[in-house]
Design a protein around this ligand. Structure first.
Ligand SMILES: *Cc1c(COP(=O)(O)O)cnc(C)c1O
Length: 481
């Protein structure tokens, strides 16, 4: 299996070759040259599989340059019940992604039972083990530099802690994360994890990462890498739980289901799109946004219009507060018939701060937007008031506590579900992660997983630095010498 760039001007690469990188050299994102397809017989065979077996079945089609036995070993040590152990009472951690039924044909697919209690652990834990494997083989090492406002940073650190050949330098705005998030990251004592609390805001942290990445000589000399949401390995890992959820919610493979996906960078729902292209019987993929509704606007109108920072809102589902949806280009590539020239043209506008409209037609051509229904996509958006209402409704009706991001998904699911089609809402974080919002909605504290009871009282390991890219470069060089 080779990988192509959505902008059509980069040489085809293997899975291992693109694993450690980010964007393709032409600025595009990597996608497989064709999607593998599961036949009816394949799906029948897969129905009885556990998570690890399913993951191998799916990922072995993508990671074709990793020997099967090695890939199996990597998957087996990643998807273990004692890693994804933060389950609700009554759920089985062996399921890895348990299905929690709220009422007939309405389910939560619980993706947030990993070490940082958010769905990013599903992919990031695999990535940690894949990175270690590929780097070991190549005799290389890597220094991951990232910026976080709380969520991605912690899942990257928990995935990379203690790994050979990998160091993580994570910038966060000093004093701006919640006590829980701060404790989650800073309590890690592993020698390869460096928490840098920057005197500034999240944008300052991100600017430093950009400045370092743009210093090509420094980047090459110090083997700087990233684990951002466009990483193909992350998207591939996320495809697996769509299969797992489908089999758990249906009795046989003649049935269709729909998924509602709380969305920001479009990584999660992009994996659902690929699962559908691979033959999984998905009727609808509901893209659920918060007030940052660039994706909902596209699926309603055909216009994709990324926002500036002045129009990007801080909301109570902060992990979905995005101005542009970085993985969206992957779907548009498929929507326009995998025409790299076309995608390059569209993103020339976007990269200049502009927008594009796929609903516009020429005489000779049906609009690309008219093809969206063939891909099963629908969308909806919600506000803070909707989230509070949905959290209350879910608690009162089903006795289940959900977080604000999952509430964005469930709100749209309740509006758009069809009576006879099972609806699976992806649970992207546990409520314990967003205590303030739960207190506001329900007037009580969320339950914490047992392993996190005393998180804030653990010793913390971090350094405080000014928002000075040169000083941070010196720190990195010193620590990796
Ligand atoms: C990252 C994240 C999302 C958004 O996922 P995308 O793949 O960026 O669309 C939703 N909810 C939570 C809790 C997240 O951490």
């Amino acid at each position: 299996m080779k990988y192509l760039s959505t902008r059509g001007q980069s040489p085809a690469q293997s899975f291992s070759e693109i694993l450690l990188g980010g964007l393709a050299p032409d600025g595009g994102l990597y996608l497989p040259e064709t999607y593998p397809h599961f036949s009816a017989d394949d799906l029948n065979r897969m129905r009885g599989m556990n998570y690890r077996e399913l993951a191998f079945e799916v990922l072995s089609r993508f990671a074709t340059d990793i020997p099967a036995d090695d890939l199996k070993a990597i998957i087996d040590k990643t998807y273990m019940a004692d890693v994804y152990c933060n389950v609700r009472e009554g759920e089985n951690a062996e399921d890895i992604t348990p299905l929690h039924t709220l009422e007939p044909n309405l389910h939560l697919l619980c993706l947030s039972n990993g070490p940082t209690i958010a769905f990013k652990d599903m992919a990031m834990q695999l990535l940690g083990n894949l990175f270690e494997y590929v780097l070991d083989k190549a005799g290389q090492d890597i220094n991951i530099l990232g910026a976080t406002s709380g969520d991605t940073g912690s899942s990257a650190e928990y995935a990379m802690r203690g790994k050979h050949n990998v160091n993580v330098f994570m910038l966060s705005p000093h004093g701006k994360m919640s006590r829980f998030q701060t404790a989650q990251m800073f309590s890690l004592q592993d020698a390869n994890i460096f928490n840098i609390a920057v005197n500034g805001v999240f944008d300052d942290c991100q600017d430093i990462v950009k400045a370092v990445s743009n210093d090509h000589a420094f980047k090459a000399a110090n083997k700087i890498g990233a684990v951002n949401s466009i990483n193909w390995g992350r998207v591939a890992a996320q495809i697996v739980y769509y299969f797992k959820g489908y089999f758990a919610a249906t009795d046989d493979n003649s049935q269709q289901v729909s998924f509602a996906v709380p969305s920001g960078n479009f990584g999660n729902v992009c994996a659902g799109h690929i699962a559908r292209m691979m033959g999984l019987p998905i009727k609808h993929l509901l893209v659920a946004t918060n007030e940052n509704d660039v994706l909902d606007e596209f699926f309603r109108t055909g216009v994709y219009r990324p926002r500036g920072s002045a129009n990007t809102y801080h909301t109570s589902s902060p992990s979905m507060d995005i101005s542009k949806a970085s993985n969206f280009e992957r779907f548009v590539f498929d929507l326009v018939g995998r025409d790299g020239d076309k995608v390059r043209g569209l993103w020339t506008e976007v990269d200049k701060g502009g927008a594009f409209d796929l609903a516009s037609t020429t005489l000779s051509e049906q609009s690309a937007f008219a093809k969206v229904p063939e891909f099963g996509f629908q969308s909806g958006a919600s506000s803070h008031a909707h989230r509070m209402e949905t959290i209350r409704h879910t608690w009162e009706t089903y006795g289940v506590m959900i977080d604000t991001h999952t509430a964005d998904g469930l709100k749209v699911a309740l509006e758009q579900r069809e009576a006879d089609v099972p609806m699976l809402v992806l649970e992207t974080a546990l409520p314990a992660k967003f205590e303030d919002s739960i207190r506001e909605a329900l007037g009580c504290d969320p339950v914490r997983p047992a392993s996190m009871q005393d998180l804030e009282s653990l010793p913390q390991r971090f350094v405080v630095m000014d928002a000075d890219a040169e000083a941070i470069k010196r720190f990195l060089v010193e620590k990796t010498a």
